[in-house]
Design a protein around this ligand. Sequence first.
Ligand SMILES: NC(=O)C1=CN([C@@H]2O[C@H](COP(=O)(O)OP(=O)(O)OC[C@H]3O[C@@H](n4cnc5c(N)ncnc54)[C@H](OP(=O)(O)O)[C@@H]3O)[C@@H](O)[C@H]2O)C=CC1
Ligand SMILES: CC(=O)C(=O)O
Ligand SMILES: [Mg+2]
Length: 651
Amino acid sequence: MISLHRSCFLNNTGISGSSSPFSYKLKKLPPASVKVTALGPNRDRNSSVLIENNNNPLKEIKEDATASVADVDPNPTVTGEDRDLYYDAAATDDQLVTPWSLSVASGYSLLRDPHHNKGLAFNEKERDSYYLRGLLPPTVISQELQVKKMMCSIRQYQVPLQKYMAMMDLQELNERLFYKLLIDNVEELLPVVYTPTVGEACQKYGSIFRRPQGLFISLKEKGKIHEVLRNWPQRDIQVIVVTDGERILGLGDLGCQGMGIPIGKLSLYTALGGVRPSACLPVTIDVGTNNEQLLNDEFYIGLRRRRATGQARNLIEYAELMHEFMSAVKQNYGEKVLIQFEDFANHNAFDLLAKYGTTHLVFNDDIQGTASVVLAGLVAALKVVGGTLADHRFLFLGAGEAGTGIAELIALEISKQTNMPLEEARKKISLVDSKGLIVKSRIDSLQHFKKPWAHDHEPIKKLVDAVNGIKPTVLIGTSGVGRTFTKEVVEAMAALNEKPIIFSLSNPTSQSECTAEEAYTWSQGRAIFASGSPFDPVEYKGRVFVPGQANNAYIFPGLGLGLIMSGAIRVHDDMLLAASEALAAQVTQENFDKGLIYPPFRNIRKISAHIAASVAAKAYELGLATRQPQPKDLVKYAEHCMYNPAYQSYR
Ligand SMILES: NC(=O)C1=CN([C@@H]2O[C@H](COP(=O)(O)OP(=O)(O)OC[C@H]3O[C@@H](n4cnc5c(N)ncnc54)[C@H](OP(=O)(O)O)[C@@H]3O)[C@@H](O)[C@H]2O)C=CC1
Ligand SMILES: CC(=O)C(=O)O
Ligand SMILES: [Mg+2]
């Protein structure tokens, strides 16, 4: 009888060592590698089992198909490409085919296994040992040369979406090369795998869809989520990014096509924060969509129904599915798996965070990650404009997840710095939503997360009037609506302040409240500007201004790493404050001289290590860390834990 189990050849730190690229080994039989092929189109067809003897080439042994299938691990690693080539081709439309097989001991499948494939970088010895002879052209090249070649190829594409698709193809073909490329060229490739291009990719996901990535959990899977999670090939999951696709960037409801976001965010967990790719699980919860265009799109990949939110019965359906998911995750992966809520609409986002914040290791990136990155930018900006946080007045356009999340963290920090009651600190902050300034007279009709911001003030409809009435020193855009910081608004800020601080946080670029060029030009080069999506440097009157990118991508990879490496069991606001402080401390005088209030992304792994160390230190201080003893040097430990995309040597 043959029994297979996965061999763990990546240690937790992801540090390279000599390893075997084959992910199965025999439990009861001595040979080192095995090929098991599942049932073909004909029920009576035998599966083939290839067993390698130490001295012999592969020998084919016919076994009874039913017996061999029953004996393999019921939850095998399945990659879309690991299929027997021949019986599928022989099948006709009306024949049943088992769509999976395990075939690990062939060079052919090794070249199609993204976790272990090295392409032309397989050396001569590996080509001999792993049956690769003839499957590759004779040349052997280094990973560095592969990176150079891929960059040449990606740069040839003019259209950002083509670059995105090339990157996704690479991720599916050769994972380590994908991450090496991304890490070594982070400033150039971040806008490709992340905002703004990922937004367009989600909008067109159905049309560009080639093969599934991540886990899709729809209402059809209700009652079966535990099994769905077991279908995922990896067991040792440390981070899940989950969306229900209802508020994808500032692009609205993209339903199931929101999957591009968890995939993109988790690529950054690995590239920017060093979390092993095999520990990352992207999930999309599909409860339908209210996007008519998608519902009528023949290429739409999601459930063709309206969202299960809104009315009471639907809400229960939604809550039950989410609850089943949250419970199944804990049951499958334990207490310490980090769940990042991403791009949920605000009518669910706050409630989910409140509900699961006390039972799971969760955080909401749009509410909390964004707050942390913006606070870091403000703390850094104070070095340029002077004063303390409490000396400033803040006005927001947009009072949803990002807006109220940032506002609350600023108020918390002011309160901590000054011992001022939180309610007093909140009075330094005003928010405008789609109906105008949030004021006391509107309190009865306000959503719960806006109520703390309903101050005594006369109603104001227009942003420019709010600017002139409140006289903010800081203007922050979190509206999801592009070009809402008009010339009039920016000029009003510039008239009130020598150095107005202006953040246009909405993504993607099309939704940014203003461009970098507009901010610098309309303020005569005086604005301290940062945006959610990247803008190129701007030359104004002979001076070059480099706009910073105020994006939660600075925070969540390091925050996640800090939580994982300390074995934290809950996220605490003080960890977000610690992350802000660590990020702000990374801004150098050279950065300030260019107009930057964030350090450049090219140093992101070092930045993430510092953020991780600060977050972990806070977890230990708060008694929320379970990994003992506490490492002496947390920064070094964070660096040591980081995934390294250099190829491993195969024995
Ligand atoms: N840079 C970054 O790291 C991040 C950026 N973001 C971006 O922030 C934006 C908002 O996200 P989020 O807060 O989650 O979204 P929400 O839907 O929760 O909030 C949007 C807010 O904007 C208000 N609004 C909409 N249109 C207007 C308008 N014309 N004038 C004034 N206010 C308006 C809404 O008003 P009402 O309540 O009345 O409907 C609501 O208060 C998105 O574009 C997102 O991509 C989000 C997270 C991180
Ligand atoms: C950056 C991000 O999380 C957003 O725009 O939603
Ligand atoms: Mg988001």
